[in-house]
Every structure is written in structure tokens, then in C-alpha cells.
Design a protein around this ligand. Structure first.
Ligand code: SAH
Length: 479
């Protein structure tokens, strides 16, 4: 980080703006909004500035500034876009130790002006360190789109309860939970829906419950699907709960990029499983979830893909329900969907496959317990999870059941990640190709004629990773 972000209190203080054009008008506006007394120097003010003249706390000087005008200022803005005016202005500011910003002259700036999302009293300021302001603007548009306009008012509304909460809930940890539950729970929901009275009543009831010790002393468990790997594929809800958790239990499939989005001070517990050497037994994981929640923690159980697709999520919630612990389940993009999209293979297609079957080929000692009658049906796609180790057995099984050795098959390793590899072939050559390419997994195996579409759909190839630019889901905010 090259700059220190701070929010200056300039209420009632003097701010000098030199210039009469659009840039100057923006600076004037922002300084006025922040409560400053603004003096603008513009011999010939243009339209945007002229509209502002006459506003309270704004003085217009139809001349150029001198050193004496800088005296006593909190901030000086050079916005004339005239180098002959910039240079002395910067010098006077330096001599008098006044913070100075000259538009488009980084060498004359003590600070940079961020892009702003204004949800007063909430302000989001974005900086790219002066390198690429356009990125800041794009980012701003995204944040604007996701932050409800009422959010600032919500902050004011709950802010008024501060003292009462402080007195009723002396413990800092419990207090933080109370705040979060209030803002993200029914109180916040009622307020944002415009029902202030109900929000107030709900708050009073929640506070009473908390004071009486009936507040959420028990923790809860969030069973969250983190998708196949690309952090862009997380849901908003997944991200929100990741930011709220006190402790996270995660698998081998959860990469560092996703883990870095979990609340920084949350405790991390690795419960990774490999198909044969289990680091922690499923029962032990379920027990641990229960124990942590009973300690009052908000426990995040982060799972690759979707928790209910080969994720044993069902077993974990059964245990939680049995222990009377509150939980919520957040779906995620399952590996087959992610791999299909990022490898350019539609899992269904009207000309190729009317159904897609998700199966696991995780049998012991090369014996697969699969329903072959169902697997070999025509006009369907079969996506196989945990099947890489048994690929030869799988292929032999299809052939034994009379399926053509020309059947297209793809193996997608590390789908959706930078390291994604896609190997395509037929039952005849896939085993050799996968071995030659050193594929180790995790991998999804996709079987069916849809695999051929990959070549016809005009995919953009970046090394081993292929993505179609138009549908790449790299745009979670919809901007
Ligand atoms: N719940 C997960 C699946 C867990 S089983 C989901 O919905 O995706 C683990 C198997 O998922 C792996 O053996 C592999 O077959 C598949 N898998 C998970 N992530 C993958 C990825 N990024 N690329 C390819 N396969 C993946």
C-alpha cells in the first residue's frame, strides 16, 4: 500500500480550489459536502461551477490566488489544468505545510482523491494508488450496485442504539454478535423494507432476550458450498457468512484464494480428506461442528462445490439437527457445472443429451458399484466425480456393456482454476492421454457426445485453460 487511507475532518475549515472548470466544480462540491468553507479562484467560471456559486459556505474570487490565500487552509486543490498556475500553488502549499492536491500532477500531490460511494453516513473510498483511476470507477459502480441506498440510513438507525446495547451487553464478543445479528437479521430487514416501527420493536425484544441471557448463546453452523475453485464463483451469501464466522473447518478442495476471503481473525481448522487417507473421520468432523457451536461460536463448514452433492452435507446436518443446533446451508456451483462451463462442454444439449447424470466412481479395489443399465443410456451425459483413480475400470465397464469405443470423453482437472487442464479423447485413447498429461486430480470425467461441442463452439484457448470470453462468469456484481 503506497498511501495511507484517512478521512479528514474539515468541517468549518478553509479549503482553496483553484480553477473554473469541471474538475474544480467536483472538488468544490465534495469539500462543501464535507462541511468546509470553500474559496474558489476562477476569473471565468464555467457552467458547472457557476451553478454552484451562491451555495452556502462558498466564496468566489474572480482572480488568481496568491500565497496569502493558502494561509490557514486545511487543503489546497489545484484544478485549473494550467501548469503555470499549478507550480506556484504547490510551492506555497509546501512552504506553509498545507495538504495539496494538483489534478493530474502526481508529483504535486500530498494525497490522492479516491472514488467515492456516498451512503451517508457511510462512505466507501476507493483508490488504485493513482495507477488506473478507471478501475476505481468500475469498482465504484459495482459497489453502488450492491449497497442498498437505505444502508446509510440503517447505520444511523442502529447507531442510535449504541448506548443501550453497551449497557445491556457488557461482553465485547457477545456484543459484536448482537450487532451483526441486528444488522443482518430481522431488525435490519424490517428497517430496509421501510418498517421502522417494527424494526424498533424487534430491537427492543432482541435486547431484552439478550439481557435475560436467552440471546443466541448457542452458536450456529453455516454449511457453505464454495464452488469448484475460482473465487468468482462464490455466492454473495457464501461470502457474507465467510466474513461472519468465528471458526472455519475446510477441506482439501478449498484453495488459498477462497480461504483468504474468510474473516481474518477466524480460527482455521483443516479437516481435509483424501479418498484413501482420511485426515479426520466424518463422525469426528460432525462432532467438532457440534462442540464448537455449543461453545457459542459461529462455525463455517466450507465445502468444495455444493455441500449436498457428494459432500456429505446431509450427514453433517443430521448430526446438527440431532443436537438442536441452528444451521443454514448455502448451495455452491458443483464441480461438474463449473468444469463444464470453463471447459466449453455444455452438460445437456438438445441435439446430444437430454439428461445429465452425476455419479461417483469411488469404489474399492477397482470394483465399481455402479448401475450400468442407467449409465449406458443413450442421449445423456455422465459426469463422474472422484473417478480418476478408477478411469481404466470405468472405461472397461462401458465397453463391456456394449458402448462404442468412439464415445467422446473429457477429463477436467482443477476445473475453473488457473491450473485447469482439459484432456479430451475417446474410450479408446483417454487412459493413455490422461497418463501422458500427468493428470492427478481433482478431476471430473465427462462422458458423452457433448464433449465434441468443445471443438465447435469457438473457444478461446489460453494455454491449457480454455474459456469463452463472453460467458466467463467473472462478473459477480452484474456490472
Ligand atoms: N461437493 C463437491 C464434490 C466433492 S467430491 C461438488 O459439488 O463439486 C470431490 C470430487 O469433486 C473430486 O474428486 C473431483 O471429482 C470433483 N472436483 C471438485 N473440485 C473440482 C475441480 N475444481 N475440478 C475438477 N474436479 C473437481
Amino acid at each position: 500500500m503506497e498511501f495511507l487511507p484517512v478521512f479528514l475532518d474539515i468541517r468549518g475549515r478553509k479549503v482553496l480550489v483553484d480553477g473554473g472548470g469541471t474538475v474544480a466544480a467536483r472538488r468544490v462540491e465534495r469539500a462543501l459536502d464535507a462541511g468546509a468553507h470553500v474559496e474558489v479562484f476562477a476569473p471565468e467560471p464555467e457552467e458547472e461551477l457557476s451553478i454552484l456559486l451562491g451555495r452556502e459556505r462558498l466564496t468566489h474570487q474572480a482572480r488568481l490566488p496568491g500565497p496569502e490565500d493558502v494561509t490557514g487552509c486545511a487543503v489546497v486543490y489545484g484544478a485549473s489544468e494550467d501548469p503555470a498556475r499549478d507550480e506556484p500553488l504547490h510551492r506555497w502549499a509546501q512552504e506553509q505545510k498545507v495538504l495539496c492536491n494538483i489534478a493530474d500532477r502526481p508529483e504535486f500531490c500530498d494525497f490522492i482523491t479516491p472514488s467515492i460511494v456516498d451512503r451517508a453516513p457511510i462512505t466507501v473510498a476507493i483508490s488504485t494508488g493513482g495507477t488506473a483511476p478507471i478501475i476505481a470507477r468500475i469498482l465504484r459502480a459495482r459497489i453502488e450496485a450492491t449497497l442498498p441506498p437505505g444502508f446509510g440510513r440503517l447505520a444511523e438507525f442502529v447507531g442510535a442504539f449504541r448506548q443501550r446495547i453497551m449497557e445491556a451487553v457488557p461482553d465485547a464478543g457477545r456484543r459484536r454478535h448482537f450487532w451483526e445479528r441486528m444488522i443482518e437479521g430481522p431488525v435490519g430487514d424490517f428497517f430496509l423494507a421501510g418498517d421502522r416501527d417494527r424494526a424498533e420493536a424487534q430491537f427492543a425484544a432482541d435486547l431484552e432476550a439478550e439481557r435475560g441471557g436467552e440471546g443466541h448463546g448457542e452458536g450456529e453452523v453455516y454449511l457453505v458450498g464454495a464452488g469448484p475453485g475460482d473465487p468468482d464463483l462464490l455466492t454473495f451469501r457464501a461470502l457474507r457468512l465467510m466474513q461472519r464466522a468465528d471458526v472455519v473447518l475446510y477441506d482439501r478442495l478449498i484453495g488459498p484464494e477462497i480461504l483468504s476471503l474468510v474473516r481474518r481473525d477466524a480460527e482455521r481448522i483443516y479437516v481435509g480428506k483424501r479418498s484413501r487417507d482420511h485426515v479426520m473421520k466424518q463422525e469426528d468432523i460432525s462432532d467438532l461442528l457440534v462442540r464448537l457451536a455449543q461453545e457459542g461460536k459461529r462455525v463455517l463448514r466450507l465445502k468444495g462445490g455444493d455441500p449436498f452433492i457428494f459432500g456429505r452435507g446431509g450427514e453433517e446436518i443430521a448430526r446438527l439437527a440431532g443436537a438442536g443446533i441452528g444451521f443454514q446451508v448455502v448451495p455452491g456451483v458443483t464441480a461438474a457445472a463449473g468444469c463444464g462451463a470453463y471447459a466449453g462442454i455444455p452438460l445437456t444439449h438438445r441435439d446430444h443429451a437430454q439428461s445429465a447424470l452425476f455419479v461417483t466412481a469411488h469404489g474399492k479395489d477397482g470394483v465399481l458399484d455402479l448401475d450400468w443399465e442407467v449409465l449406458i443410456r443413450p442421449a445423456q451425459t455422465v459426469a463422474v466425480y472422484m473417478g480418476l483413480g478408477n478411469l481404466p475400470v470405468l472405461v472397461a465397464g462401458f465397453l463391456r456393456h456394449g458402448v462404442s469405443d468412439e464415445t467422446p470423453i473429457a477429463v477436467v482437472e482443477n476445473g475453473t482454476l488457473e491450473t485447469q487442464k482439459v484432456v479430451t479423447g475417446t474410450f479408446r485413447d483417454i487412459v493413455a492421454k490422461v497418463e501422458a498429461d500427468g493428470i492427478k486430480g481433482p478431476a471430473v470425467i465427462i462422458i458423452g457426445t457433448v464433449v465434441r461441442l468443445r471443438d465447435t463452439l469457438n473457444w478461446v484457448h489460453h494455454g491449457s485453460r480454455s474459456r469463452h470470453l463472453d460467458i466467463r462468469p467473472g462478473n459477480p456484481m452484474g456490472v
